[in-house]
Ligand binder design. Sequence first.
Ligand code: R5P
Length: 298
Amino acid sequence: MVIISGSASRNLAKRIAEALSLPLGNPEISKFSNDELRVRITESKTGHAAIVVQSLSAPVDSHILEFNFICDALHRMGVTDIYPVIPWLAYSKQDKVFRPGEPLSVKVVAKILQVVPMKRLYTFDLHNTAILGFFDIPVTNLTARPLFVEYFRKRISRQTVVVAPDAGAIKISTLFAQELGVPAAYIDKKRDLVTGEVSVSGLSRKVKDAEVILLDDMIVTGGTIRETAKFLKTRGVGTITVAATHHLYVPGAQEAIEASGVDHVVVTDTVEPAVKSDKLHVLSVSGIIAEALSELLN
Ligand code: R5P
C-alpha cells in the first residue's frame, strides 16, 4: 500500500502517510507548452493497492483531471485496488437541477471521477448525502464534527448558542448543540438563484449577549456567514465564531467575513489553507482519515 498525493493535498497526504506509517509518493505534475496537463508517478514499485489523496479545490477542473491521470497511471502500473480520498468534493452544491436547462453537475463529476476502476471513496461532510447515490462504488462520508466538538468543548460557556445559518444546516447544528450541551437556534436565509445574493429575515430564539457558534458545511463566497453575522449583530449578539468543514478560500471571502464582525473562523484542512489570519484556526482531518483507512491495512 502506498499513498499518492495530488498537487491539491500535499500537506494533508503527508500527515496521513505519517499517521499510517505508509510511503508517500508525490507525482511529477507539470504542463506541456500547449497547456495540457502532464502527470508522472515516479515510484517504480507501488504494490497492488494505493490511496490517492486529492482535494478538488481551485483550480477545480484541473485538479479533477489530475486525479484521473494519477489513477490511470497507477492502473497501468498494475495497481488493482485504488482508494481515493477526496476530502472536498467540488460541484457538490450543484446537486440538483435548480432551474430548467441546467445539468445535474455533481452527477457528471461523479462519473468522471470513476473513469478508472476504484474500490471505495472517502470524502468529508458532503453537502447532500443524496450525492452518495451518484457513485457506483461505495463512498464513506466522514464528518469533521468530532474535531469541532473537541475544540469547542473547552471553550463553551453559559452564553453559548449554536446557530444554523440555513435550513440545510439545522439537523447537523442541532446534533452539534446536543453534543456540546448548549441550545441551538435557526436562521431564515434565502439565496437568489440568479445573483447568488444571500438575505436573512429571521431567527428562532434570542441571542442578546450570546456567544454564537455558527456551524456550516462550507465557506464559499462567505455571503452566508457575512449576512448572518450582520443580522446577529442587529440582535445584540456577544461574539461570533464560525465552524465550517470546508473553506474554499475564494479570494476576498476571509477578509469580508472578518469585516462583518466575526471574531474567529475555525475550519479544517480538507482544502489546503490559502490565507493567513489571526482569526483563522485550521484543524486537521488527517487523524479521522487515517483511522478510516486503517481498516484497509488489517
Ligand atoms: C449552503 O447551502 C451551504 O451550506 C453554505 O451555507 C453555502 O454554500 C456557503 O456559501 P457562501 O459562503 O457563498 O455563502
